[in-house]
Design a protein around this ligand. Structure first.
Ligand code: ZN
Length: 244
C-alpha cells in the first residue's frame, strides 16, 4: 500500500494558498477590452491609450473601442478576461448595460478609475450596483488630500505608503459590501458637515463570478504620473483580470 505523503500535501496546499493570496496573476495572453468615451474633460482617450500601452508591455491582447456598442455582442464579450472602462457620465442603452452586467456576472473582470467607472451612466442603478459606488461631489474642486492605505499585506497595496496629492477628492456613495483597500478623510474645509467623513478611494468586490476593481483617483493625466496612483491602477487591473 502506498502511504500518501501528508506533509508534502500540506506544503503544496500552503504554497497554493500563499500564491493565490500574495501574488498578482500575470496578464500575459489575457484578452482585455478597453472602452472609452463620455465627457472629454477627463481625457478618456489619453487614459485608454496609456493603459493599452502598459497592457501590451505585459503581453496582454488588447481591443480598444470607443463607446459601449460592443457590450451588446454577447459572444465577443464572453471571450474577454477583463473590461477596462473610461466613460464619464454619458448614457448607454438598456441592452448595452445588460450585456456588460451579464459578462461581468459570468466571470469577466471590470476595472477603472475616477469618473470613467465611478461616475458613469448616472441613471443606471443596475450598473452602479455592479460597480459598488457612485461619485456625488468633489467638495472644493482641486484640493490637497491624503490617501490612507488599509492593508500593507495585500498584493495590490503592498509597499505603498500613505500619500498626499492635489486633485479631486471624490466623495462617493458606496456599497457597504465593498472590500476597501484605501480611504480618504474629508477635512470639512469646504462643506463643514462632512468633517471627518472617511470615504473609500480604492476598492474591490465580487459581482457574480466577476471581479470588480475601482480607484477614485485620475482626474487628469498628471495623476497617473504619481507612482502610487499608477501602481494602484495597474495592480488592480492585474487582480481583476483573473478568472476564478
Ligand atoms: Zn474629475
Amino acid at each position: 500500500m502506498v502511504k500518501p505523503n501528508i506533509s508534502l500535501l500540506f506544503v503544496l496546499l500552503f504554497m497554493n494558498v500563499c500564491f493565490s493570496q500574495n501574488e498578482l496573476p500575470s496578464l500575459e495572453g489575457k484578452n482585455v477590452l478597453v472602452v472609452y468615451g463620455g465627457w472629454e474633460g477627463h481625457q478618456p482617450e489619453i487614459f485608454a491609450k496609456k493603459i493599452t500601452s502598459w497592457l501590451e508591455e505585459q503581453q496582454a491582447v488588447v481591443r480598444l473601442e470607443k463607446g459601449t456598442a460592443i457590450y451588446t455582442n454577447t459572444s465577443v464579450m464572453q471571450k474577454f478576461d477583463l473590461v477596462i472602462q473610461h466613460i464619464t457620465m454619458s448614457e448607454m442603452t438598456t441592452k448595452e448595460s445588460q450585456g456588460l452586467i451579464k459578462a461581468v456576472a459570468s466571470g469577466v473582470g471590470l476595472a477603472g478609475c475616477h469618473g470613467g467607472l465611478g461616475d458613469s451612466f448616472r441613471d443606471d442603478t443596475e450598473y452602479q450596483y455592479m460597480v459598488g459606488g457612485q461619485f456625488v461631489k468633489h467638495p472644493g474642486g482641486q484640493v490637497t488630500y491624503n490617501v490612507e492605505i488599509g492593508s500593507k499585506e495585500d498584493p495590490i497595496t503592498r509597499d505603498i505608503k500613505n500619500f498626499t496629492l492635489h486633485s479631486e477628492q471624490y466623495y462617493m456613495h458606496v456599497d457597504p459590501a465593498l472590500e476597501v483597500l484605501a480611504t480618504t478623510k474629508f477635512s470639512g474645509a469646504h462643506d463643514a458637515w462632512i468633517e471627518g467623513a472617511v470615504v473609500p478611494v480604492v476598492w474591490r468586490k465580487p459581482f457574480g463570478k466577476g471581479r470588480v476593481y475601482y480607484n477614485s483617483i485620475g482626474h487628469s493625466k498628471q495623476d497617473y504620473e504619481i507612482p502610487e496612483v499608477w501602481s494602484l491602477i495597474t495592480r488592480g487591473v492585474a487582480w481583476a483580470a483573473h478568472k476564478e
